[in-house]
Design a protein around this ligand. Structure first.
Ligand SMILES: *Cc1c(COP(=O)(O)O)cnc(C)c1O
Length: 426
């Protein structure tokens, strides 16, 4: 038994799939204590879009620490915060016509930003319930957990999870059924038993839920539905944002204007804990300190986040490179599907948030375990852990993508050979 198994709580999870001790990380690579190198297709579950220890961000942080820059200052004004506000506004919000949105710094994790959004929506509208979707994931603190679909996570609550109505996500009942029309009918019927909700909380691409994608059309209809029934639209862009789908926000080219947007994971750019709620100005009805927290706005994260925005988002070249790499990964994945399971495997997702859906979780987990043996860190997602999910750093090189896809190809060959599904299909 190693010290982790001996002294750390059984709640640990990712380490069970990758049971080695990691010592170093750079870009898209991890190194373990034995010196074995791995390509990282998990990347902090989407926290390391700019890779591990990016040299530009690292230098900005080292300089800040060396100059005794403020590390912790509650929510007081600091130069680091000032620089982040200015940079994010100038390079992200203004160019996207979102200059009037305000930034609220919540506690440092994604679930903190979701809690703040749900609380504010209830406060502003005077309504209690929030609509969230099948297979949605929004975090594990009680408010956000109520909005999360996953039964394994919900089971840990120990109290009733209330204040949320679950509705079917885009294509939940196949591509013929309009889930928007279903929701509209439920909300329009005073005897449906569904009270008018304060807000709708939605991921544009469901990260943990298995890379289910909402189309621009569905998102536009959802926005319209929100306006019709006086509900606020909250986009949870914690995983799909910060460039993962090719643009900074996942909804950018859809022509919608969410009332609130949650960001975390890759927002600091460096893997530092950091979360933010973007909100339309008129919704800012908080009283000073009403939603409080000791770690709101992490100054080290302000430094690296500002440096990341400055380095990657000053023009369109980074977004273009994400598009091209996403295409490259998708093509390689299509080839894997054709070779190892044209009738049972398929590619799903958007941008660099894509994966291969397997007939069951056992196959997907076998693929990931084979891949790990060959030096690729990759995880599953989805209701049955059936999707092998690529979340590699967006800065990964083409050569690293090809190497990872060669490994994935071998892993699928091995997993599909042993599976009864292909034998039955073949
Ligand atoms: C990861 C995630 C969260 C929760 O973030 P934590 O930092 O784990 O609390 C919320 N929403 C989405 C979409 C996520 O992917």
């Amino acid at each position: 038994m190693n010290i982790f198994e001996l002294n750390e709580s059984a709640v640990r999870s990712y380490c069970r799939s990758f049971p080695v001790v990691f010592t170093q990380a750079r870009g898209a690579e991890l190194v373990d204590r034995e010196g074995k190198r791995y390509i990282d297709f998990l990347a902090g579950a989407g926290t390391l879009n700019y890779g591990h220890n990016h040299p530009v961000l690292k230098q900005a942080l080292l300089d800040y620490i060396a100059s005794d820059g403020v590390t912790h200052g509650l929510d007081m004004y600091t130069e680091a915060k000032e620089r982040f506000l200015e940079t994010f506004n100038r390079l992200i919000l203004e160019p996207r016509g979102m200059g009037s949105y305000l930034m609220q710094f919540t506690g440092p994790t994604g679930t903190n930003a979701v809690e703040a959004a749900m609380k504010l929506a209830r406060k502003v509208t005077g309504r209690e319930t929030i609509i969230s979707f099948t297979n949605g994931f929004h975090g594990c603190s009680l408010g956000a957990l109520a909005a999360t679909g996953n039964g394994h996570h919900r089971g840990g609550a120990g109290v009733a999870l209330g204040g949320v109505n679950r509705m079917p996500y885009a294509n939940y009942f196949g591509d013929k059924a309009s889930t928007i029309a279903m929701i509209d009918k439920l909300l329009s019927d005073p005897s449906s038993g569904i009270d008018k909700p304060a807000a709708v909380l939605v991921e544009v691409v469901q990260g943990e839920g298995g890379l289910n994608v909402a189309s621009a059309d569905w998102m536009r209809k959802l926005e319209k539905l929100c306006r019709k029934h006086g509900m606020l639209l909250i986009v949870d862009d914690i995983q799909a944002g910060c460039g993962r789908t090719g643009s900074f926000f996942s909804f950018e080219e859809m022509g919608i204007r969410p009332d609130m947007v949650t960001l975390s994971k890759s927002l600091s750019g460096y893997g530092l804990p950091f979360a933010m709620l973007l909100l339309k100005g008129e919704l800012d009805q908080w009283k000073p300190g009403e939603h409080n927290g000791t770690f709101r706005g992490n100054n080290h994260a302000f430094v690296t986040a500002a440096a990341a925005v400055e380095h990657f988002w000053k023009d369109d070249s980074f977004a273009a490179s994400v598009g091209a790499k996403g295409q490259r990964i998708a093509e390689r994945m299509q080839r894997i599907v054709r070779r190892h399971g044209p009738d049972s495997l398929f590619v799903k997702g958007r941008g660099m948030m894509i994966g291969i859906s397997c007939p069951d979780g056992e196959i997907a987990e076998t693929v990931c375990s084979h891949a790990f043996d060959k030096g690729l860190v990759i995880e599953t997602s989805g209701a049955h852990s059936e999707v092998v999910k690529c979340l590699c750093p967006l800065v990964i090189s083409d050569e690293q993508i090809d190497r990872a896809m060669d490994i994935l190809d071998q892993a699928f060959a091995a997993a599909m050979k042993g599976s009864t599904v292909t034998q039955a299909a073949g």
